[in-house]
Design a protein around this ligand. Structure first.
Ligand code: CA
Ligand code: CA
Length: 592
């Protein structure tokens, strides 16, 4: 037992350590759980584990926003620009951001001065499907943790940027990569993987955030064994779905995709993680009759052991690459005198779903885009889509030479009614602000077979716009009725995240370079700023020294220029970039 004097000197030396320099206490589980309530930091991806992307700050509001000015800008520099999809994190006056090619920075949040930069040394053979992007870090204790394009998790010291631990999550040679921000729940850092276009096996994994030691692993394809680690020993924890490939033909589940590539959210009220899963592999659905669990689904996972508690499949037997990865946002609402613990998600397939987040039951669903061709609607009871069988791309085996099935024109295009870019939920208006796109595609199927590290699609496609004057649409949607309260059309496809605030504002950026503020009730654009390159990142806001700050990263790229077909041609004039922009109001608005 330490003596009293010993305790005293320990306390004194700790105090000295705190006052000596920039070293400050690290991020705790409580900081993470309370993130949505604390305005002086942003320590989760989503401004809270439930990912509502709502801030209670209101100093920047409909009246004052006109006075908002640039506080500082920071260039990521280098030749490696490409898409910048990061959401900044802020803790104790330091901002942590990621950039293209698996790079991380710590920047002084007051001045924009760089504190350190970390560049992952990537091998030549990485196989990111959709640009060399990264969506941000997780913070825990004194660690800054992120995933790399060669499918590693790397933990850096927050003060020095030096590597503390590094784990290979999966083999990049088999097509795995990581682009999502990890999530930290109860001391565990939890990540999915990308690679659904290469016939990988999707899985969600948890590691001890301080050491990187594995805690559990849960495959998202029916038939694969899950594991937990106890005292360093790897123990079988049951087959996902209970038995090998019940909803798959033959051996196709062995390379079934279902990549949980966008990471997850967490709801403390139900103690559930929510992860979405991507397409079943290959895209050619005629090769894999069945529902193909757990592809194109939302999964509720027990964070303690990786158990799948419930699943909700948005597109059973997906034949259009309607990945079901989009974020699940927990929110409560009152109906018939009762509080409903709901979860909302806007799917690539064009439907918006409201689920009971305790058990995954379907509450309601409705289209959130103007044109859906592949389904006429959702079953009122189950939420299962009512398919238009003629709108499934044809079976190559039924063609004369067996080489190509009939082409269909399907909407939405596979890049989705909504893609990865996160929506926001305003507790003030009760509305979701959903960044969406109106586009369609020619899509056809071809024969294919699995080969490690090679594309595994069995499909060809061309994305086309539906309207001459716009593709992107930001919609304000009432989750109780499906009513679109307002919409804002944008020429280029929207690809950036949304933020809602108690100041009555909704922020998002467009590929044309504008950071925009909308009136949350009317959709009127009340402020905009040209950032010099397209915005595909997610804005955040926080408070420092009594002032409200707002930050977004600018840097055009992502999947659209690579996969967008006719649409990519339409936006090819847009310039790349890589700049962090931070705004605030003049000093006169500061709190005294
Ligand atoms: Ca916070
Ligand atoms: Ca996919």
């Amino acid at each position: 037992m330490p003596t009293k004097t010993h305790m005293k000197s320990l306390a004194l030396s700790m105090m000295l350590a705190f006052s000596a320099g920039s070293a400050t206490a690290g991020v705790t589980d409580k900081d993470i759980l309370d993130d949505h309530k604390t305005n002086d930091d942003v320590v989760t991806n989503g401004l809270g584990l439930q990912a509502q992307r709502f801030s209670t700050l209101d100093r920047i509001n409909k009246e004052t926003v006109d006075d908002m000015r640039v506080a500082w800008a920071f260039s990521l520099g280098g030749e490696k620009q490409k898409g910048q999809e990061t959401q900044p994190m802020i803790k104790d006056g330091v901002m942590y951001i990621t950039g293209s090619y698996s790079r991380v920075w710590a920047v002084d949040a007051r001045t924009g001065e760089e504190l350190w930069q970390y560049d992952a040394r990537l091998p030549d053979g990485i196989m990111p499907c959709c640009d060399v992007i990264n969506r941000g870090v997780a913070l825990y204790d004194d660690l800054v943790i992120f995933g790399t394009l060669d499918a590693k998790l790397v933990a850096l010291n927050k003060d020095t940027g030096k590597t503390v631990w590094k784990k290979t999550v999966e083999s990049y040679k088999a097509g795995y990569s990581i682009t999502a921000a990890p999530i930290v729940v109860d001391g565990k850092v939890i990540t999915g993987v990308s690679g659904g276009e290469f016939g990988i096996v999707g899985a969600v994994r948890a590691y001890d955030a301080k050491t990187g030691n594995p805690v559990w692993e849960r495959p998202t394809v029916e038939g694969h064994m899950g594991y937990v680690w106890k005292e360093g020993k790897k123990i079988e924890a049951g087959i996902s779905g209970g038995a090998p490939g019940k909803t798959w033909p033959a051996d196709l589940w062995k390379h079934g995709g279902a990549a949980p590539w966008l990471g997850g959210t967490y709801d403390p009220e139900t103690n559930l993680l929510f992860f979405g899963t991507g397409n079943p592999a290959p895209w050619n659905s005629h090769l894999r009759p069945g529902d193909n669990y757990f592809s194109s689904s939302r999964l509720a996972i027990n964070p303690d052991n990786g158990e799948i508690v419930w699943h909700f499949q948005t597109t059973p037997h997906d034949g259009w690459d309607y990945d079901g990865v989009n974020e699940v946002v927990s929110f409560n609402y009152r109906e018939n005198g009762k509080t409903v613990r709901a979860a909302a998600t806007a799917d690539r397939n064009g439907f918006f779903y409201v689920l009971n987040r305790e058990n995954g039951d379907f509450i309601r669903g409705f289209p959130f885009v103007d044109k859906i061709t592949w389904a006429t609607g959702l079953d009122e009871k189950t939420g299962r889509p009512i398919y238009v069988e003629d709108n499934r791309p044809g079976n190559p085996a039924a063609s004369e030479d067996g080489k190509q099935g009939s082409t269909v024109v399907a909407a939405p295009a596979f890049l989705g009614g909504k893609n990865w870019m996160p929506m926001a939920y305003s507790q003030k208006t009760g509305l979701f602000y959903v960044p969406s796109n109106e586009w369609e595609m020619d899509i056809w199927n071809q024969p294919t077979s699995y080969k490690k590290g090679a594309a595994y699609l069995g499909a060809g496609f061309t994305i086309k716009s539906i309207n001459e004057d716009y593709i992107g649409v930001l919609r304000a949607i009432d989750p109780k009725t499906g009513e679109v309260v307002w919409r804002h059309n944008n020429f280029a496809p929207l690809w950036g995240g949304v933020l809602a605030t108690a100041g009555g504002l909704v922020f998002t950026g467009n590929p044309e370079g504008h950071l925009m503020a909308f009136d949350d009730k009317t959709g009127e654009v009340v402020w905009e700023f040209q950032t010099g390159s397209g915005i595909v990142g997610s804005p955040v806001t926080w408070e420092m020294d009594g002032e409200q700050y707002l930050t977004v990263i600018s840097g055009w790229g992502g999947a659209v220029p690579l996969w967008g077909g006719e649409v990519a041609k339409r936006v090819k004039h847009l310039n790349q970039g890589g700049t962090v922009w931070t705004f605030k109001l003049p000093q006169k608005y500061a709190m005294n």
